[in-house]
Design a binder for this molecule. Structure first.
Ligand SMILES: Cc1cc2nc3c(=O)[nH]c(=O)nc-3n(C[C@H](O)[C@H](O)[C@H](O)COP(=O)(O)OP(=O)(O)OC[C@H]3O[C@@H](n4cnc5c(N)ncnc54)[C@H](O)[C@@H]3O)c2cc1C
Length: 321
């Protein structure tokens, strides 16, 4: 087995409809590797449709508009992008047991670092969500429609900055959002990132369920176990109560769950990209094994499913299915 790291795949080369080789760039130089048996793409829900489109496999009109020669017109490549998008309430508390309080000073940060080095315990040893749960936002559902997470800190979702106030957050999202986005080529240059349009909350039901999620989180925040911690809601600001105000808060502050899937989805219809054996439809010797093949989101976090897809791909290859 040979693994090449720090290499970026630029495209797959085909002979007619058969995948023959990959071209990748490393240290500024192009390299080409021929496949004796087959090629398995595992570049994730953004990278995999991007590489396919760069290689001429995707919606013909899109490829032609960027001057990419069409090898196979497969209109589903890059569509059907689905993600969990979470809304939150943030609470200040008198409790000192939040990461914000524990990491406030250089001294406490040093102590936390020392504890981790000596015992592998303390704030640096824990995951982001210490508790979670599923709930139904309306009666009569077959299964819970939302997942929530209790997170013992309040941080900016993107910069990671921790405000000094002792505070925590409860986040929730709809398990099976209906909104769909897409990933499309912006340039035939592989170093140019593709365009990602998430279309979060474009489906009305997604916003309605997320408003219901915030209302449920509100009930949890006001219930006895948390009330004992003198919680004061700091986000959204007090008085944000109507559906319209909550919707505005959600649209302004909701953040990705980093669970993007579906951009090369499995199926047998015209928009499906891979067949049930993970083979790219209409092509030979080319499979996909990553989150992009999931037709819809699961009711949970996606990592274990992606690992399972890889394991399944191994079985399929061993059995030559
Ligand atoms: C910040 C964050 C937190 C998360 N937390 C959780 C969690 O707590 N629990 C959970 O279950 N899931 C979590 N997830 C989701 C989980 O990580 C993903 O669902 C999963 O890793 C997706 O697997 P994948 O194989 O589809 O793609 P990836 O794991 O994204 O792997 C794709 C790989 O391909 C590489 N690549 C892309 N394009 C190219 C190219 N052109 N050439 C070469 N290489 C390329 C990428 O660099 C990447 O290494 C999290 C994701 C993120 C980003």
């Amino acid at each position: 087995l040979h693994i090449e790291t720090d290499a970026q795949v630029s495209r797959i080369e085909f002979s007619a409809q058969t995948a023959e080789a990959i071209v990748y760039e490393k240290d500024g130089a192009p390299h080409r590797v021929r496949a004796r048996r087959e090629i398995i793409l595992s570049a994730g829900s953004i990278g995999t449709p991007h590489v396919l489109q760069l290689s001429g496999v995707g919606p013909a009109g899109l490829l032609q508009s960027h001057g990419v020669k069409v090898v196979h017109d497969l209109p589903g490549v890059g569509g059907n992008l689905s993600d969990h998008i979470g809304a939150r309430r943030v609470y200040a508390t008198s409790s000192r047991n939040t990461i914000n309080a524990m990491m406030r000073s250089r001294f406490s940060q040093g102590l936390a670092g020392l504890e981790y080095l000596l015992n592998r315990s303390g704030p640096p040893s824990i995951g982001a969500a210490l508790a979670g749960g599923y709930a139904s936002t309306e009666p009569g559902l077959d299964a819970p429609d939302i997942q929530m997470f209790f997170i013992p800190f309040n941080a900016d979702s993107y910069s990671g900055a921790l405000p000094p106030t002792s505070s925590f957050q409860i986040i929730g999202y709809r398990n099976h959002p209906e909104s769909r986005g897409n990933v499309t080529l912006q340039s035939p240059d592989p170093r140019q990132a593709p365009k990602i349009v998430a279309n979060y909350f474009s489906a009305e039901k997604d916003i309605a369920t997320t408003i219901a999620t915030l209302r449920l989180i509100d009930r949890i925040g006001k219930a006895e176990p948390l009330r004992k911690l003198d919680v004061v809601q700091i986000e959204p600001v007090a008085g944000t109560d109507s559906d319209a105000e909550l919707e505005a808060h959600i649209r302004e502050t909701a953040t990705t769950g980093f669970h993007q899937v579906g951009t090369c989805r499995m199926g047998t219809d015209d928009l499906a990209v891979v067949d049930p054996a993970l083979k790219v439809r209409g092509m030979e010797k080319l499979r996909i094994a990553d989150g992009s093949v999931m037709p819809t989101l699961i009711s949970g976090n996606t990592n274990s499913v992606c690992i399972m897809i890889g394991e399944k791909c191994t079985d399929l290859i061993r059995n030559r299915m």
